[in-house]
Design a protein around this ligand. Structure first.
Ligand SMILES: [Zn+2]
Length: 446
C-alpha cells in the first residue's frame, strides 16, 4: 500500500506541513508532520479528510431535472413531487437499482464523499411480497463496484399516514412489517459485516407506529448502530402530527423515545426553540440536505441557534438532485444568510465559515455513518486555491464555485479517484445511461 507525503494536511490537530501518512490494512497507521518523504511515497499537495454523505436515496438520481416543470392541475410542492417519485420508484427493479446506485456512488467519490448512508426503503422487487433481498444486494454491489464506504440503513415503512393502517398501493414496494424489517436487518448485517457498516431506520413518524419505532430504536441501541429517521421535513407533516399525536414531531419523538448520540434526525427543518435545545442536548446528529431541501421547497433549519448550543450537524445529498458536499455546505450557509440578512452565520467554532462547516460536517457525518472518521482524501493545488493559505483553504473549497480541485480520493487505502476521474466511471456511466433511458420511457406523465 502506498504511503502519502503531503505538502500540507488537515490533521486532527489542525493544519500541518510535510506530513507523512502511513497506511496499513486500508487504515491510517500514523500521521507525522514535519517529516521527510520516503522513496515510494505518493506526493500530494493538500490533503483533507473525505466527507460522509449521511442521507442518500440513490434511485432518485434518475429523477434529477425531470420534475422541474409545473404540474398542470396543482400548485407544485413536496407532495406533487412525491407522486412523481412514486411513479419512478415503480419502474426500478434490482438491475436498474444497481446501475443507478453505482453511478451515484461514483459521482459522490469524484466530489470528495468517501462514505454514504443509504436510507433504503425500496425493499421489494416488483411483485415481491417481502422476502427478496435483491434490491438490498444491488446497493451492496454498487457500493463495492464504486469503492465507496457504505452504511446500509434498512428503513421501516409500514403505513401511508398518521391515521392509516397500511401503505397505499403506490407504497407497496416499501412495505415490510416491523418483524420482517428486523429480520432483514439481521440478515443484511451478517452479509456485509466484513465489508460495510450497518444502521437501521424508520421512514418518518407518519409512516410507522409508536411501537414499531420503539422496536427499531431498541435494535439500534442494543447493537450500537446508527438510527436514522426523517423527522420534520414539511409543515403539513408538523400540523398532522400536532392534530393526531398532540405534539410537534421532534417534541413527540423526545417524549416517546430515548434519543441519543447514535440518532441521525434527517430534515429537522421545522422545529421550535425547545426542540432545538432538546436535539442539541441529546448529542444526536441533524442530517441536513440543503440542495434537496431547496429543490423541494422544504424550508430552512434554525442553524445558528442550534450550533450555538453545541448541536451536531452532517450533510446528505438525499434525492441526489446534486452531488457535491461543498455545494451542500455553501447552500446551508447561504440559506441562513438570506433569511437572517447577515453573513458568516455558521462561523461559531472558529472565525472561518468554510472551516467551521467542514469540521462540523466531517465529525457529525462520521458519527451518523457509524465510523470513527479518520478518512483521508487528498486534493492537489489548482487555480481556485491560488493566493490562499491553510487558514482559508476550506473557505475556498466551500465558497469558490462548482469545479472542485480534487485530484485524488482514497477510500480504505485504495485510490478511487485518480487525476480527477473516478475509477470505473465509463462502465458506471454506460449502465446508468441505459437504465435511465428505459425508466424514463416507462414513466407515466403526471
Ligand atoms: Zn430522505
Amino acid at each position: 500500500m502506498t504511503d502519502i507525503f503531503a505538502r500540507q494536511a488537515l490533521t486532527e490537530h489542525g493544519w500541518a506541513d510535510n506530513v507523512r501518512i502511513v497506511l496499513s490494512d486500508g487504515r491510517i497507521d500514523s500521521v507525522s508532520p514535519d517529516s521527510r518523504a520516503q522513496d515510494d511515497d505518493f506526493h500530494a499537495g493538500i490533503v483533507i479528510p473525505g466527507l460522509a454523505n449521511v442521507h442518500s436515496h440513490a434511485f432518485q438520481r434518475v429523477m434529477a431535472g425531470h420534475t422541474e416543470q409545473r404540474a398542470p392541475a396543482d400548485k407544485d410542492n413536496f407532495w406533487t413531487w412525491r407522486r412523481r417519485m412514486y411513479s419512478l420508484a415503480g419502474q426500478i427493479d434490482a438491475e436498474a437499482m444497481k446501475a443507478i446506485a453505482r453511478q451515484v456512488y461514483t459521482e459522490m467519490l469524484a466530489t470528495g464523499y468517501t462514505s454514504v448512508a443509504e436510507f433504503h426503503y425500496l425493499h421489494n422487487e416488483p411483485g415481491d411480497s417481502g422476502a427478496s433481498e435483491a434490491m438490498f444486494m444491488s446497493i451492496v454491489e454498487a457500493a463495492e463496484a464504486s469503492g465507496i464506504r457504505l452504511t446500509y440503513v434498512p428503513v421501516l415503512y409500514e403505513r401511508a399516514g398518521f391515521d392509516e393502517a397500511q401503505t397505499s398501493d403506490d407504497q407497496k414496494r416499501f412495505a415490510r412489517t416491523v418483524d420482517e424489517l428486523i429480520e432483514h436487518y439481521e440478515k443484511a448485517s451478517a452479509i456485509i459485516a466484513d465489508r460495510f457498516q450497518i444502521g437501521i431506520g424508520a421512514h418518518s413518524l407518519r409512516a410507522v407506529t409508536a411501537e414499531s419505532l420503539q422496536a427499531i430504536a431498541a435494535v439500534a441501541e442494543k447493537d450500537a448502530v446508527p438510527m436514522h429517521i426523517h423527522i420534520a421535513e414539511q409543515q403539513r407533516e408538523v400540523e398532522q402530527c400536532l392534530d393526531i399525536l398532540g405534539a410537534r414531531p421532534v417534541e413527540w419523538l423526545f417524549d416517546n423515545c430515548a434519543v441519543q448520540d447514535n440518532w441521525c434526525l434527517v430534515h429537522a427543518t421545522h422545529i421550535d426553540e425547545n426542540e432545538v435545545a432538546a436535539i442539541a442536548r441529546s448529542g444526536a446528529v441533524v442530517g441536513l440536505c440543503p440542495s434537496t431541501e431547496a429543490n423541494l421547497g422544504d424550508g430552512l433549519f434554525p442553524l445558528q441557534s442550534y450550533l450555538q448550543l453545541g448541536g451536531r450537524i452532517a450533510i446528505g445529498s438525499d434525492s441526489n438532485v446534486s452531488i457535491n458536499p461543498f455545494e451542500e455546505m455553501r447552500w446551508l450557509e447561504y440559506g441562513q444568510r438570506l433569511i437572517s440578512q447577515s453573513r458568516n452565520v455558521a462561523a461559531i467554532s472558529r472565525p472561518h465559515t468554510g472551516h467551521s462547516l467542514f469540521e462540523a460536517v466531517a465529525s457529525g457525518g462520521a458519527r451518523a455513518c457509524g465510523h470513527n472518521g479518520g478518512e483521508i482524501a487528498p486534493g492537489a493545488v489548482n487555480a481556485m486555491l491560488a493566493g490562499h493559505t491553510s487558514l482559508s483553504f476550506l473557505d475556498a473549497l466551500v465558497f469558490s464555485g462548482f469545479t472542485l480541485p480534487i485530484d485524488r480520493v482514497m477510500v480504505n487505502g485504495e485510490w478511487r479517484v485518480i487525476d480527477g476521474r473516478a475509477v470505473g466511471e465509463e462502465e458506471a456511466r454506460a449502465a446508468y445511461s441505459s437504465a435511465a433511458k428505459k425508466i424514463q420511457a416507462g414513466m407515466e406523465i403526471l
